[in-house]
Design a protein around this ligand. Structure first.
Ligand code: FE2
Length: 162
């Protein structure tokens, strides 16, 4: 099974979706102190976002036949980061969507002995295998805050990791 699969997405369209997610992020975090790398959105927040008319990312998921189950964002800055971990089951194939400052940042996967098995720069939307050890590595030219959204689905795109 592969660690990731880079999804086909026109760069203007990707920017449009990222801008929309960034706008949403600024709204929901305006009165919230961010202290953790992983931040789940609740049902209501997910519903509110996906009820925005003509939402490009909704069209994009619809085209791929994907039904959103959960939506979260990850934040990295001088104080907040992640270390090697496996995500909670049962989801295996998530979609990561880069929103801000993901250049020179990397998803890196490891085997059970701590040997690196794969890495990608987080600049494209991609299917992400979350049930094996992984982390986010920050390169010397990265800037903060780094923001990425993560989606999981009722019908997870496992076939893209085959
Ligand atoms: Fe993770």
């Amino acid at each position: 099974m592969k660690s990731y699969f880079i999804l086909d997405c026109d760069s203007d369209r990707q920017q449009k979706m990222a801008d929309s997610l960034y706008g949403y992020y600024t709204g929901i975090t305006a009165n919230r102190e961010l202290t953790t790398f992983w931040n789940n959105l609740n049902r209501k927040e997910i519903q509110n976002y996906f009820s925005i008319p003509n939402l490009e990312i909704k069209k994009w998921f619809d085209e791929q036949g994907l039904k959103v189950r959960d939506m979260s964002f990850t934040i990295t800055n001088e104080e907040i980061y992640t270390v090697m971990h496996k995500d909670e089951p049962p989801v295996i194939a998530k979609i990561n969507f880069p929103v801000l400052n993901t250049k020179d940042t990397y998803n890196v996967w490891y085997d059970d002995w701590g040997n690196e098995i794969d890495r990608i720069e987080c600049t494209n939307p991609s299917v992400f295998r979350s049930d094996i050890n992984h982390t986010v590595e920050i390169g010397p030219n990265a800037t903060y805050p780094r923001l990425q959204f993560s989606f999981c689905f009722y019908n997870e795109p496992l076939h893209l990791l085959k």
